[in-house]
Design a protein around this ligand. Structure first.
Ligand code: NAP
Length: 320
């Protein structure tokens, strides 16, 4: 019997969006404790285009060809030996395998069953696929890393992006006072999501507008206008900078120490219990998910081109 194949988007080499091409590849089979999930939608994240061009997680994935994508929303098609928590037909979402390859830009993925959670019941697959990587980043950074407490002041850079718009809502849910940076056109929306103060970073230096912050979640990084380094000035003594995109260089660590504040790198991890909790917040109406646009899988290159411009409001998603 011939091996069944599936549609996917792969890349034969590192490069620009044009290296992404539709292919047919063998359909994966679930090993014991894994599930085979029929992907209905795949979220697109900056790590996808960074990896595509040789940065991001390219060091983990190795040389192309490989299939990008970590955010999955779909339906369990088959369960491997030993899986008792899912059955065919269950709707699940997750960010499996990260930072190893998950291959979400495809019709099927296999992954450890416990890296998935039940899809939020109130979301369609397109919105659910926008959630895992961005929401886990926001949630893990605010709770596990920063241990944000009610009444604390939290500054979120790039509040309008995929991670940012969820971080604003989670921080508010945790009882924090939220300050965020974005272009003026997005301020009204971010205030509805729970930001108390919004700073237009295109006209105002944020360090002139905010002080005494307990936690900074930097989603811009030191590659752009030294946002992490500049953020050290707005922290109260002992406050924490979570440098999400670019980590903490020895120079940044030194400056943080001299300023009497803390700075930490961060990398998101698969976390089904957190995804289950996040699904609860979404289904209760406490958190909304913004999807800027949905494109067919075959237009992955176009999704990358748009995402890479860095102006996305919420998320871009591929339907499979
Ligand atoms: N370490 C990890 O585990 C991890 C996990 C997830 C993401 N990340 C990284 O975190 C970053 C954010 O990810 P994302 O998915 O949220 O990206 P994204 O959705 O592509 O972010 C786009 C948003 O960034 C805003 N923005 C751009 N420059 C800005 C600036 N200087 N100040 C304030 N806002 C600015 C834009 O808002 P305006 O249009 O208003 O400018 C836009 O809404 C990426 O670099 C990503 O790779 C790291």
């Amino acid at each position: 019997m011939s091996t069944p194949t599936m549609r996917a988007v792969s890349q034969p080499a590192f490069g620009g969006p044009e290296v992404l091409e539709p292919v047919r590849v063998p359909r994966p089979e679930p090993l014991p404790t894994e599930v085979l999930v029929r992907v209905r939608a795949a979220g697109v994240n900056p790590v996808d285009w960074k990896t595509r061009s040789g940065g991001g997680m390219a060091g983990v994935l190795g040389q192309p060809p490989f299939i990008l994508g970590w955010d999955v929303s779909g339906v369990v098609e088959e369960v491997g030996f030993g899986v008792t928590t899912w059955k065919p037909g269950d709707e699940v979402y997750g960010m499996p395998w990260f930072p190893r390859a998950a291959g979400a830009y495809a019709e099927y993925v296999t992954a450890p069953s416990r890296q998935f959670a039940r899809k939020p019941a109130t979301l369609d697959h397109e919105h659910a696929a926008a959630v895992p990587l961005a929401a886990l980043t926001a949630w893990q950074a605010l709770t596990d890393t920063a241990d944000v407490r009610p009444g604390q002041r939290v500054l979120i850079h790039a509040g309008a992006g995929g991670v940012g718009h969820l971080a604003v809502q989670f921080a508010r849910h945790l009882g924090a006072q939220v300050v965020t940076t974005a272009r003026a056109a997005k301020h009204e929306w971010l205030r509805k999501l729970g930001a108390e103060e919004t700073i237009d970073y295109t006209t105002t230096r944020f360090e002139d507008a905010v002080a005494d912050v307990d936690v900074v979640i930097d989603l811009v990084g030191d590659g752009h206008d030294a946002t992490s380094t500049r953020s050290l000035k707005v922290l109260r003594p002992g406050g924490l900078l979570v440098a999400v995109p670019s980590g903490v260089s020895p120079e940044l660590a030194e400056r943080a120490e001299a300023a009497g504040v803390r700075a930490t790198a961060f990398l998101v991890e698969p976390d089904a219990p957190a995804l289950a909790r996040i699904a609860g917040l979404i289904d209760q109406g406490d958190v909304t998910v913004e999807v800027e646009d949905v494109l067919p899988l075959e237009q992955a290159a176009e999704a990358h081109r748009r995402g890479e411009e860095g102006r996305t409001r919420g998320k871009l998603v591929l339907t499979v």
